[in-house]
Design a protein. Structure first.
Lengths: 403, 186
């Protein structure tokens, strides 16, 4: 579209204004701190809290203290696979291959189950935080920070993976909260997050949302707004509504704000960021003049600094009947709290007209306030057992019931 | 239970700095005795954060950090080698004393810039680094200039994009004073 003269003048004025402001800021040398430090109050300037570093190597099977993971009576945990550096999102191929993403390790893996033993293949490496993987009709889709690509017919070519064809590559390049969760909705569209490029800020209109596209890359649209960073979502097996977790902002306190579990049954809802946190706390800086009533309230406050990642509805039949349609929330844990929270797999039971029931399913990755592992995503197996990926130890556990 | 095809039978043991010393014989040709470099374009490794060193070797191996000399070297390393080498160099004492800056006034300006750009937030109050950010002590000014320009141009790979992002607002004219200062930290 061509700019008309008036618009052109306006655009020029805007550009000049931006340049002037930039020049002034430059002259004062007031630079933003790194994202994890943003919003830190003056009195916490000397806080020793800082992000947990990702180890460069996975733990060996012999180093993983499996017995420390506690699950409810009747359930059993085994080490299903180990040695998968930074293992994150899991998705099944049509022929039974488990595709596993990573984040900072830059790899995408394929795990082939060979009756009791598993073979690991790295099918892509050197990628830009490729957290998102989704599979449909023989094709693996991979979401990096800046693009979504696909590998067609991958399951037949695990040893010589096909080229990564671009599906969509006009995404923001910001590293903070730039990695993506990627999943097919019941409508056949690809959903993913574009996180806020900061801890707390007024994000550009293009950020802090959940978006969707058609699998051919067309039809980009925003689905949900005011979402600081959601790296986990799933659709209810019956109602087909979208449920998602969000990591709340840091440095507002040890016990606030709570991370949240939300429901976005229709397009266009705003979930409050950066104005309102956990549905009832206005941001001290950006909340002035706003009201929490303007925004969608959380379905569940999942707790402060729990680092909620994976969301998955249980549809299998191995677990007891009451597990049907329950949600598993994998909480990787976070750093911005003295006594660490999260580092657990929680379960949520939805109840008509009542707050959801929220209880622990698996825990034990935190020892003396230090993590030895971090449960980050779950994936149901065909037989109804549940895989849990641990990106810190580089392992996948399998939880089964009975016998 | 173990994944076959994961060809790292010795992953089970902790990183061994003494094994690292033996494996480092070819590294020290460029990085200097015990990792104290005397070549301005080659970084010192002595006393560097082990996690950082290990990740950098992985970045070179996977071509996320480009360097014609390091690429083939990293390609030949096993993950166990990387762990051992990182543990060895992290345990060495820095002996090379940094050169006094050619331009003391410029280094002084660099000190103020380092504060303005919040370098300490990740690299630590005394620039000794943290698990996820390298120590900046003992790096030569030339090396720092090259890295900063690379980060700003988005050509110097980093693990999670944090330093690439941090380098974007740094003015070109500020890079040399910053490097003068960092290269002079004693």
């Amino acid at each position: 579209m061509k700019l008309r003269p008036l618009r052109y003048t306006l655009a020029l004025t805007c550009i000049l204004a931006v340049l002037l402001v930039t020049a002034l800021v430059g002259a004062q040398q007031t630079q933003a701190p790194p994202p994890w430090k943003q919003g830190q109050p003056k009195e916490l300037e000397n806080s020793t809290l800082s992000p947990v570093a990702q180890p460069p190597a996975p733990k060996a099977a012999s180093e993983i203290p499996l017995g420390k993971i506690k699950v409810p009576q009747g359930f059993k945990v085994e080490l299903w696979a180990s040695g998968i550096n930074n293992a994150r999102v899991m998705t099944w191929g049509d022929k039974g291959t488990l595709f596993v993403s990573s984040r900072v390790a830059g790899n995408v893996y394929a795990v082939v189950d060979k009756g009791g033993s598993r073979e690991l293949k790295t099918i892509a490496k050197g990628l830009n935080l490729p957290n998102g993987v989704a599979f449909k009709d023989g094709t693996l889709y991979i979401a990096e920070i800046h693009r979504i690509t696909k590998m067609e017919g991958i399951e037949g070519k695990l040893d010589s993976p096909p080229e990564m064809k671009v599906v969509y590559d006009t995404l923001p390049k910001d590293a903070p909260h730039g990695w993506k969760y990627l999943a097919f909705g019941p409508d056949g569209k690809l959903y993913f997050n574009i996180g806020a490029p900061c801890n707390i800020c007024i994000p550009p209109d293009t950020h802090a949302n959940i978006s969707r596209i058609n699998p051919d890359g067309s039809g980009f649209e925003y689905w949900a707004h005011g979402v600081r960073n959601s790296v986990g979502f799933d659709w209810h097996p019956v109602t087909k509504e979208l449920y998602f977790t969000t990591h709340a902002r840091d440095w507002l306190g040890e016990d606030v704000p709570s991370d949240r579990l939300d429901i976005a049954p229709k397009k266009g809802l705003h979930f409050g960021y950066p104005y309102c946190h956990q549905g009832d706390i206005l941001d001290p800086e950006f909340g002035r003049g706003r009201s929490c009533g303007e925004f969608a309230a959380p379905l569940l406050k999942t707790g402060p600094h729990v680092g909620g990642n994976g969301v998955e509805f249980y549809t299998g039949s191995m677990f007891p009947a009451e597990y049907k349609n329950r949600m598993f929330l994998a909480q990787r844990g976070a750093w911005n709290r003295t006594e660490k929270t999260g580092y657990k797999v929680m379960m949520v039971t939805l109840r008509q007209g009542d707050v959801p029931k929220y209880e622990v399913f698996a825990e034990g990755w935190l020892e003396n306030n230090q993590p030895w592992g971090r449960p980050v995503y779950t994936k149901q197996m065909k037989d109804g057992s549940l895989l849990i990926a641990d990106d810190y130890a580089g392992a996948i556990y399998r939880v089964s019931y009975g016998r | 239970m173990l994944i076959a095809g994961l060809a790292a039978p010795s992953l089970g043991r902790a990183a061994d700095p003494e094994a690292g010393r033996r494996k480092a014989a070819s590294c020290v040709a460029c990085h200097g005795p015990d990792g104290n470099s005397t070549i301005p374009t080659v970084p010192s490794l002595a006393g560097q954060v082990a996690t950082y060193l290990h990740w950098q070797m992985l970045l070179y191996r996977d071509k996320r950090r480009a360097d014609p000399q390091m690429a083939p070297i990293a390609a030949a390393l096993s993950e166990t080698d990387m762990g051992d080498l990182a543990a060895f160099f992290a345990a060495q004492r820095q002996t090379a004393s940094p050169a006094a800056p050619a331009d003391a006034a410029r280094a002084e300006a660099g000190k103020r810039l380092a504060e303005a750009y919040h370098c300490n937030d990740c690299h630590g109050r005394d620039f000794r680094g943290r698990e996820y950010a390298p120590s900046l002590r003992g790096l030569s000014r030339d090396y720092v200039v090259a890295q900063m320009r690379g980060f700003k141009a988005r050509t110097r790979g980093d693990l999670d994009g944090a330093m690439t992002q941090a380098a974007q607002p740094v003015a070109d004219a500020d890079i040399e004073p910053l490097a003068d200062y960092i290269g002079s930290i004693r």
